[in-house]
Design a protein around this ligand. Sequence first.
Ligand code: ADP
Ligand code: MG
Length: 417
Amino acid sequence: MRFDELNLKPQILKALVKMGYETLTPVQEQTLPHILAGRDMIALAETGSGKTAACAVPLVQAVDPARRTVQALILVPTRELALQYVTEISQIAKYTDIESFAIYGGFSMAIQMGKLNHGVHILVATPGRLIDMLYNTSLRLSDVQTFVLDEADEMLDQGFEQDVDFICSCLVHEHQTLLFSATMPTEIKRLTQKYLNDPVLVELNKEQAAPASLEHCFKLVKPHHRLDTLLELIDTEKPVQAILFCNSRRGCETLYDHLKKKTDSVEMIHGGQDQNKRTSLFRRFKKQQIKYMIATDIAARGLDFAHASHVINYDFPQNAEAYTHRTGRTARMGRKGRAVTFCTPRDIQRLKSILRQNKITPIWLGQEPDLSLPPKRGKQTGKKHGPRGGETENTAHNKPRRPRRQNRRSSGGAKPH
Ligand code: ADP
Ligand code: MG
């Protein structure tokens, strides 16, 4: 289906042409008409399938620019995603008078509120900052007609469950709710039952969690040979651009120090960095000014790096979902991409479960292990996702459920509920 077959505002069509969007992606085909029709929706889809525009196009279509109030609210788990979302919306809304804006922690609430007072129609927010602003500023959501929860599973993984629940409960008037997620854990089922009204269920990732254009390669490594193996791999694979995942900040720093000696074009990104730095690194990576980006899980969820040819799991991912999200950074929109995952002997059991859960046929680079062997006697198979290689960033799935950010309600606001 083509965008010009939908009854969209001419300004939107003009913008979509400029963006090079002519035909709808499968996710867009299945979701966009329901969203335009005002239905509540649960959409489960693989990463890189065009969910942002699936949502942003109908929002820009539905918003009334003459009313200077927040008419659409999009909740995302990270600041980078908020920025990415707003960038996409402002491109789609380029020829309209519709204003979109992102609010997230780390910036002055007063300045963000100033912008909001000037008239913002579509607001993208991270949960923590949104709640802070609801408590401490005059921000009101009573005109929100569409509420979007993007990367809902990630939001809950990051410990935002109560916050999301609280925000949902603030929207008491009639409105449309759209939930996008790669997976459907029980907490999300619960949320949808509580807050969605007769939702359409669109499921596009049933058969396969990963894009078909993605090759899943694996390489056996000895723990102490990781770095040498990586250097050999870079030599043979010759990535155009690669994201290298580590499980911890410390792991990132160590790898960064080593790679820095071999190439100029390497940077690292993790949750401990200052926001401006992270944003500028993302931009530079997107513009292909950086070749190798070392990252933790928290830094890369949902982000669209269209040119990344490789994802390298330098540290073995914590579980099948983390694997899906990491490797989903490449092979976006039908482009080819390769994921290479380093496995040490102790990762083999988890590897088996990832292969099974994600229905992956592995391509082994070098020696192929015998996966039919029973687990070695030892503790690590019973202990499901033990932290490895130092402390993990808090997207890891083995963390305690709800890491509260500090100073959250320092200004004395009441507690939700
Ligand atoms: P998701 O949120 O599903 O992970 P994104 O919304 O980030 O995926 O989209 C992935 C990429 O696809 C982006 O680079 C986006 O610009 C591009 N894209 C989205 N829709 C279209 C379309 N209809 N035609 C061409 N490219 C598209
Ligand atoms: Mg997305």
